[in-house]
Design a protein around this ligand. Structure first.
Ligand code: NFE
Ligand code: MG
Length: 475
């Protein structure tokens, strides 16, 4: 049998636009993925848009990078400005930042499991969005199907309530304008707290009584997915949700085969562009001195994503990484571990939100006044988005943005090969994924969705001859 090349273009049920090419061969009697390329098919240019602007606009502009993680960019940009401007937000501002950022995490996690991932496993009723669907690899009886379809419909309501909850302090979601240099714009009222509490109580109940049990049920029906999709097994977190001098999730690294948590040294991060459509003169730079110079076409290029590496090595980021780095999750690295850790993390975040809500003082101001520095300054903001480690780097000169770099979690996870030719984390995790039917590679989708990719929501330029299909090329 020849090696089969299957292209999924676009991958649906993700945020943004991704193409994945896999090579499928039979090894030891099992048809499986033997090579993979992840292709980011759009160029956004937000880093260039920032240049020459008032740095105080960074949270508002960069939160438009994405509709599902806008508070992550708002938070990262605000932390960057705090750092560059030399300002410390008051406790109420930190708590309100956490509450709105937490609401976005919960919205994103619930959306991810039910609306983006579950259709890889359930058949559902004979109507959109369930049909037409894959006719391979289903293992659920009709009672389990109906339970999960019921949860899916409830999840649509609950994720809306997550946004409504975040909007109580954020004014609106997505794209709240409330993250600012020095803190947060809202002043809490007694009514805000009561309204937030009502929604939070309902959301916590959904996570405990529906989301976690549903993920456990799926794990019991697909136990083989605890052994599929490990990849390199290296995990990284920048840490998130400031609490006093620390964070709810600590920063750190866990390397494959070790339980030991290593300290994170952000100076070890560079972005490689040998296989990305960017100028090689910008290769392997730390983001504080990095640049975004598109170059397309380029002989070795195949993606608009750069390839971030830590000390030259690949790291996966996301909920599983955060939970493992914090010692909160004892499982391995796999498709099902990613779902399981995400659901358990949602409960941890929601429980912490209860503590932060109790701590928000009615009437307390959320910000400390902050001025744009007249001298040249640099700043960095490290946080976590639902999908993983997020960093913004800024240089201010003559009170304007001279340079701005953003390194997103999906760049880490879905990056192309690096300068030495090593695959990105998701590319590597695809190797060995068993595929029953090459023209319906649902197993590949299950792996991709477990990473929850986001190609930074924007208009996709698709080749009309390849619209929305899996197409097979026989060699
Ligand atoms: Ni557009 Fe995002 C998250 C960020 S992924 S969803 O989570 O930053 O790159
Ligand atoms: Mg970038």
């Amino acid at each position: 049998m020849p090696i089969i090349t299957a292209s999924i273009d676009p991958v649906t049920r993700i945020e943004g636009h991704l193409k994945v090419d896999v090579e499928i061969d039979t090894v030891d009697g099992v048809q499986q993925v033997v090579d993979a390329h992840c292709v980011g098919t759009l160029f956004r240019g937000f880093e260039k848009i920032m240049e020459g602007r008032d740095p105080r606009d960074a949270p508002n502009i960069t939160s438009r990078i994405c509709g599902v993680c806008p508070t992550s960019h708002g938070m990262a940009a605000a932390l960057t400005l705090d750092n560059a401007f030399g300002v410390t937000p008051p406790t109420a501002g930190i708590m309100m930042r956490n509450l709105v950022h937490g609401a976005c995490f919960l919205e994103s996690d619930i959306l991810h499991f039910y609306i983006l991932s579950l259709l890889d496993y359930i058949k559902g009723p004979a109507m959109a969005p369930w049909q037409p669907g894959w006719d391979t690899g289903r293992r659920l009886d009709s009672a389990t199907e109906s339970r999960l379809v019921g949860s899916y419909l409830k999840a649509i309501e609950i994720r809306r309530k997550c946004h409504e909850m975040g909007a109580i302090y954020g004014g609106k979601l997505p794209h709240t304008p409330s993250f600012i240099a020095g803190g947060f714009t809202a002043v809490s009222t007694a009514q805000n707290k009561t309204d937030f509490q009502t929604l939070l109580t309902e959301i916590i109940a959904f996570i405990e009584e529906t989301y976690i049990p549903d993920v456990e049920l799926l794990g019991a029906l697909y136990p083989d997915y605890y052994n599929i999709g490990k990849g390199y097994g290296n995990l990284m977190s920048y840490g998130v949700f400031q609490e006093g001098a620390g964070t709810l999730f600590a920063p750190g690294l866990v390397n494959d085969g070790s339980e030991a948590i290593q300290a994170l040294d952000i100076g070890q991060v560079t972005e490689q562009v040998t296989h990305s459509w960017y100028d090689d003169a910008t290769n392997d730079k730390h983001p504080s001195v990095g640049d975004t110079v598109p170059q397309h076409p380029k002989a070795e290029g195949y993606s608009w994503l750069k390839a971030p590496r830590y000390s030259g090595t690949n790291y996966e980021c996301g909920p599983l990484a955060r939970m493992r780095v914090n010692g909160d999750y004892a499982g391995g690295v796999s498709v099902m571990d990613r779902h399981m850790a995400r659901s358990q993390e949602a409960f941890k975040i929601a429980s912490a939100m209860q503590v932060w809500l109790d701590a928000v003082e009615v009437g307390a101001y959320g910000y400390s006044p902050a001025a744009v520095p007249t001298a040249e300054k640099s700043g960095v903001g490290l946080t976590e988005a639902p999908r993983g480690a997020l960093g913004h780097w800024l240089t201010v000169k003559e009170e304007k943005v001279a340079a701005y770099q953003v390194v997103t979690p999906t760049c880490w996870n879905c990056s192309p090969r690096d300068t030495v030719g090593n695959r990105g984390p998701m590319e590597e995790a695809l190797i060995g994924v068993p595929v029953k039917k090459a023209d319906q590679p649902v197993e590949v989708l299950r792996l991709i969705h477990s990473f929850d990719p986001c190609l930074d929501c924007a208009t996709h330029v698709m080749r009309p001859d390849r619209k929305g299909k899996v197409y097979i090329v026989d060699r």
